[in-house]
Write a protein that binds this ligand. Sequence first.
Ligand code: AMP
Ligand code: MG
Length: 495
Amino acid sequence: MYKLDALPFDNAFSRLPETFFARVHPTPLAAPYPISINRAAADLIELDPAELTRPDFADYFSGAKPLPGAEPLAMLYAGHQFGRFVPQLGDGRAILLGQVRNSRGESWDLQLKGSGQTPFSRNGDGRAVLRSTIREYLCAEAMHGLRIPTTRSLCMIGGDEEVYREQIETGAMLLRMAPSHVRFGSFEVFYHRNQYAPLKQLADHVIAEHYPALIDTDQPYQGFLREVVRRTARLMAQWQLVGFAHGVMNTDNMSVLGLTLDYGPFGFLDAYDPEFVCNHSDYQGRYKFDAQPNIGLWNLSCFAQAILPLLHPDDGEAAAEVARDALAEYEPELVSAYSSGMRAKLGLTTALDGDQALSAGLLDAMHRSQADYTNTFRALSRFKSGNDDRNDAVRDLFIDRAAFDAWALRYAARLRTEQSDDSQRRARMDQVNPKFVLRNWLAQRAIEQAQQKDFSEVDRLLRILHSPFDEHPEHADCAAEPPDWALRLSVSCSS
Ligand code: AMP
Ligand code: MG
């Protein structure tokens, strides 16, 4: 167990040449205080639990006190934003403090978001508001609870500094962690500058640190691309299965490790709507819910293009062929992950041809009835498959009862083909159909209380969302559909 001032830093990224980043220190937040500290993430870097209550804890994660051994820097990247290439972005309000290597040999980036201006801030103030910081802090941990790859949240530090957005808000900082924050855009920046040496150096770095099994293969870059393709495909399947809309799937927000990265105006589906657009600044609906799998592939094509020079250094046509072959693995991987995930959500243990039509039928009935996505699947765990059984709890979630009844007959018949046992199936389904997701209205309630300096709701949600498949009967209010006041909640890009 380590003390805060003796963390075992091993800053591999900072040992790369300065082409990849700008060295910069956080701009401290005045009079910082901890808002929430996540013990589960602290354990990942083997931070002594006694350190979490140190009076100067907030100083270390708000830029006031440097962490000994840290070598702070802002990473350079580019990206396709809403389809348009932006040649230079970079960490405009986040600083990689350093990388800690734990006793299991895992490396964790400690990145401080909202930490002030960097050379990549363009016109931004380098700050993050409390509202968006709470949303990211909680959602990353919620995704982890849902077993979806994601960055993690160590702590959130508040300060009373005013930050100007559509309104005056207060600033906050998030310490987030990931094995790496390298993005598709980290490669795109060098491809578009025709700088192939750093392109290769970055790929070698990522492979050495995160895909070591590829080092001694014949085609490490091809293997790297294929692995990114497959991980992204599986990630998209997981988002779709849980009803998560990211909101800003620009290539600068896509992780080369297949992690959910950069939580902005995300949203979980309440009523099932495949056209759901969670980001109110996304006027075209480019990133609407059911577009995500295609956008994942589009983004991968940008990534593949960026590493073309590595795939076949002196034969463009051969390189393109390798890239096409790798990208061709996307759809089968996605379909396989989605269909096996959907079968698990329905409690099926065998695979039959009609299963896709069965799940599509359910989604269609949910859409027409505006049934709540999370609660419908959770209620379906209690579905009784006998001929004379009534299934009122789930049936009542549908406005169009006849549509549900028709579907329920098909489902019951399907369950009987595999002699499904209702109680065993329920136990299985409760392990894959969460009771709790970070609904917008839940985040909003926690934000409003936090703005009044009451952080208890943030901590309560953190605890529940860490085990979203458990019943938590005392927190049943957090499984409710949005109350009336929340129906008009709008989430903008501003953060
Ligand atoms: P995002 O949409 O939050 O992923 O951000 C896109 C780009 O804008 C990234 O390069 C961010 O670092 C930068 N950015 C966003 N907000 C700010 C801000 N308040 N100050 C400086 N840079 C920002
Ligand atoms: Mg971003």
